[in-house]
Design a protein around this ligand. Structure first.
Ligand SMILES: Cc1ncc(C[n+]2csc(CCOP(=O)(O)OP(=O)(O)O)c2C)c(N)n1
Length: 326
């Protein structure tokens, strides 16, 4: 969680100083991707939204590779085809983050159905936001999950805001959790700023999926402590006092306090770890820039728009390629 927060803090500063074009932080929501991915097995499939890049840290993705993606340089594994922070990482079974929000739920259900059909011990997990759960995609996915009972964990991350739209406008119900019950899917509401609660509820959901008991629907109650993205200014629509209350509190501070009280951690080690991570982030940023920085590149060549899309390139695309001279 500390790695994710420090990484995010540095990257937003890079954006503010013109070294990245765009950025999205997980600020206040760090426990979610970290605890929930830790509760899975390595063969499980992760279908994230743009606020769960932390799952990659759990699975060991190299920071340099993540920063190359954010810059969109020659080492970006998606060759500049995605917005920054819309990571994809095949080796970590981390499915490409989609800009059109909500597509990941149906994909997760579909892959889980395939795994069950093949008899593989694989569970899928996916997250979408309170705002996104007002879309049809959410309901299609729940209906398939209810009907076919695949091993899938479907999380609605209720961080109370969808850019400037409050969660009250995404449902008329009291909670997001209760919506799963209408689909006859076991549903639970968990404190999304409590690392240990998230870990245990996700382990339970994984066990259910692996035992053939089907999907679990989870409302992860949290708070988007920062802006929506580097393009957003929440002070334009959010009461100032709200952040001061920080519903649920800082998940990192909460776990730290718990560990200190149990004599498993101390302030000195905490400060040393923060410094070590910050050094790692800065070293990784400099290493990533060796493959191209935002101001001067190099970027993936234009010819890459024609690669890795079609196995057999259709004639009209081939014509366009020839016209481009690549
Ligand atoms: C299909 C679609 N509609 C609208 C958008 C624009 N958009 C991007 S993020 C976002 C808000 C999503 O809010 P929420 O689902 O609550 O997730 P959060 O950002 O709070 O994590 C919107 C409207 C989009 N990317 N895709």
């Amino acid at each position: 969680m500390m790695r994710l927060r420090i990484f995010d803090d540095r990257m937003i500063k890079m954006q503010r100083t013109g070294k990245l074009s765009f950025y999205m932080r997980s600020f206040g929501e760090e426990a979610i991707a970290i605890a929930q991915t830790m509760a899975l097995e390595t063969q499980d499939w992760v279908f994230p939204s743009y606020r769960q890049p932390g799952a990659q840290f759990v699975r060991g993705r190299d920071m340099v590779s993540m920063i190359c993606h954010c810059i969109g340089n020659t080492e970006d594994n998606v060759k500049g085809r995605q917005m920054p922070v819309h990571y994809t990482w095949k080796e970590g079974r981390f499915i490409s983050i989609s800009s059109p929000v909500g597509t990941q739920f149906s994909q997760a259900v579909g892959v889980a159905m395939a795994s069950a059909y093949k008899g593989d011990d694989e569970v899928c997990i996916s997250w979408l936001g309170d705002g996104t759960s007002a879309q049809g995609d959410y309901h299609y996915a729940l209906n398939f999950a209810s009907t076919f009972k695949p091993p899938v964990i479907l999380n609605v991350v209720n961080n109370q805001w969808a850019i400037s739209t409050h969660a009250n406008l995404a449902t008329g119900g009291r909670t997001f959790a209760e919506r799963g019950l209408a689909y006859d899917i076991p549903s639970i509401r968990v404190d999304g700023n409590d690392f240990l609660a998230l870990y245990s509820v996700t382990k339970w959901a994984r066990d259910r999926g692996a035992a053939g008991l089907g999907a679990t629907h989870i409302e992860v109650y949290t708070y988007r402590a920062g802006g929506h993205s580097s393009s957003d200014d929440p002070s334009a629509y959010r009461p100032k006092e709200e952040f001061k209350c920080w519903p649920g509190g800082d998940p990192i501070a909460r776990l730290k306090d718990h560990l200190i009280k149990n004599e498993m951690w101390d302030e000195e080690r905490d400060a040393a770890l923060a410094q070590k991570i910050d050094d790692e982030v800065m070293t990784s940023y400099r290493a990533a820039c060796e493959f191209g920085d935002l101001a001067s590149g190099p970027y993936p060549p234009a010819s890459t728009i024609f690669t890795e899309v079609y196995e057999t390139v259709p004639w009209h695309v081939q014509e366009q390629r020839e016209e481009l001279g690549k």
